[in-house]
Design a protein around this ligand. Structure first.
Ligand code: C2E
Ligand code: MG
Ligand code: MG
Ligand code: MG
Length: 299
């Protein structure tokens, strides 16, 4: 690694990655500062009903908007937050902020009355006995119905969960909050977790969705996961949907919900729930060959 001449003096060139990276100590410092000075922000990615194209929920995605380093994506800091223990206060902030914003939108008469919100929760958070209290507090402070909130857990979080962590997840479920498995199929998937855990949805990882069209193996995997989900009464959500063709296949396979760049970039404000068709129509105009999947809107 060689030091680069950036103004902040903290960007290092990593030869193996072939790109500039910011050193871990600097990130950790930025995380602490971010918590103190309010540099974290949320963006929201719409989750859409595959059949009606209605936005039914949004996924909250955290970013660190640092005055010198710029906008950092979670890939650059979540692992460091986990290793340093800072994921607990950051995760608590994400939960509070997501619930607070949903409450705002619900009160603003912009058609978000039935909108759900999903929040990513890392293994380190699940391992802490205070997660249930953090969730309860976010619900109480915002006043949103618990049924509007879902937590996305990773397979590794579930694998590492001991008996008391499982009890705590049950307690959260009993509050009315839904639990689901994120990036399904990429971790140490054990079907046992689907049996042991109170989950109500699974998210099919983007890597399988991107192979839907070119790769018969990926298509078989997605087919099997959707079937499994349906057989167990779980909602299936496809991640990383980028083309109308992928959406068509998912619909044919019986997948219920989808998210991804096809539905536009994530936004910092409320999603456009009033004009669900517009998202696809606008996209269709930019993407040649999209016309066949765009059904006529309601007006
Ligand atoms: P994830 O939960 O699987 O989130 C989806 C990621 O895929 C997001 O990246 C999103 O921007 C990206 N994405 C969405 N649609 C598409 C698409 O069509 N194509 C492609 N190529 N990518 C798409 P992001 O925001 O960088 O988040 C990365 C990961 O960081 C998330 O993966 C999640 O595991 C983690 N993360 C995000 N926010 C939080 C948080 O508040 N807490 C925790 N613990 N983890 C978080
Ligand atoms: Mg997620
Ligand atoms: Mg995911
Ligand atoms: Mg993923």
């Amino acid at each position: 690694q060689a030091k680069a001449g950036g103004r902040s003096g903290c960007r290092l060139y990593d030869e193996s990655l072939g790109q500039y990276v910011i050193d871990r100590a600097r990130i950790e410092q930025a995380l602490r500062q971010g918590l103190r000075d309010g540099h974290f922000v949320l963006q929201f990615e719409p989750i859409v009903d595959v059949t009606t194209h209605q936005v039914v929920a949004v996924e909250a995605l955290v970013r660190l908007n640092h005055p010198q380093l710029g906008l950092l994506m979670p890939g650059a800091f979540i692992e460091i937050a986990e290793d340093s223990g800072l994921i607990a206060p950051i995760g608590a902030w994400v939960l509070q902020e997501a619930c607070r914003l949903l409450a705002d939108w619900r009160g603003a008469d912009v058609g978000c009355g039935r909108l759900g919100i999903t929040v990513n929760v890392s293994a380190r958070q699940v391992a802490r006995p205070d997660l249930a209290d953090t969730v309860a507090q976010a619900l109480a402070q915002s006043g949103i119905p618990p049924q509007c909130l879902s937590l996305e857990l990773t397979e590794s979080a579930l694998m590492e969960a001991d008996v008391s962590a499982l009890r705590m997840l049950e307690r959260i479920r009993d509050m009315g909050v839904r639990l689901g498995i994120d990036d399904f199929g990429t971790g140490y998937s054990s079907l046992l977790y689907l049996k042991r855990l109170p989950v109500s949805f699974i998210k099919i990882d983007r890597s399988f969705v991107s192979g839907l069209v070119p790769d018969p193996t990926d298509r078989e995997i997605v087919t099997a996961v959707i079937r499994l989900g349906r057989a167990l009464g779980l909602v299936t959500i496809a991640e990383g949907v980028e083309s109308p063709e992928q959406l068509d296949i998912l619909k044919d396979l019986g997948c219920e919900l989808a998210q991804g760049y096809l539905f536009g970039p994530s936004t910092s404000g409320a999603p456009n729930v009033a004009q669900p068709w517009k998202i696809l129509l606008d996209h269709g105009r930019r993407a040649p060959g999209a016309d066949s999947t765009v059904a006529p809107g309601p007006g």
